[in-house]
Ligand binder design. Sequence first.
Ligand SMILES: C[S@@+](CC[C@H](N)C(=O)[O-])C[C@H]1O[C@@H](n2cnc3c(N)ncnc32)[C@H](O)[C@@H]1O
Length: 152
Amino acid sequence: MTEIRAGEVIIDLPQRQDAALVFIGRIRTPWATSKDCPRQGDRETGPLCRLEIDAPFHAALKDLDRHSHAQVLYWMHHARRDLVLQSPRSDGQATGTFALRSPNRPNPVASSLVTIVSVGADHVLVRGLDCIDGTPLVDLKPERCPQAPRPK
Ligand SMILES: C[S@@+](CC[C@H](N)C(=O)[O-])C[C@H]1O[C@@H](n2cnc3c(N)ncnc32)[C@H](O)[C@@H]1O
């Protein structure tokens, strides 16, 4: 768990849970720790990352190769969930969690618009991610991105 910085506020989280997620796989990236990751992925020049899809969901990859881009939703499994005011620059200037793209949030869902490089039977290769190797994968959705043609 990360330490609390000046100006930051944590809360007691509600005990009730409203939904259960089913992770559909995991993301393989070059980054072992949070500090190694970029703040945001680059869908043009970022390194190739591999979305490993678990067997029950392989059929759901059908036709994804018709698309050049996708929204990837993933679960920031090392995030803390109790911060409502955060000071990303450690300067005492706190900002509301919902005004930030910080991984630390009540439901640590992250999203990135990625370039699809290839689609296999059990995986997808993409550029544009920013997460630790092994981060759980929540969902994939095709996305139009007309200004960015699919790379050869
Ligand atoms: C600023 S967030 C942006 C995530 C996503 N692109 C978004 O906008 O929702 C990216 C940062 O989260 C941190 N991070 C990456 N993987 C994580 C994980 N599995 N658990 C917690 N933090 C993670 C890293 O510090 C990384 O630079």
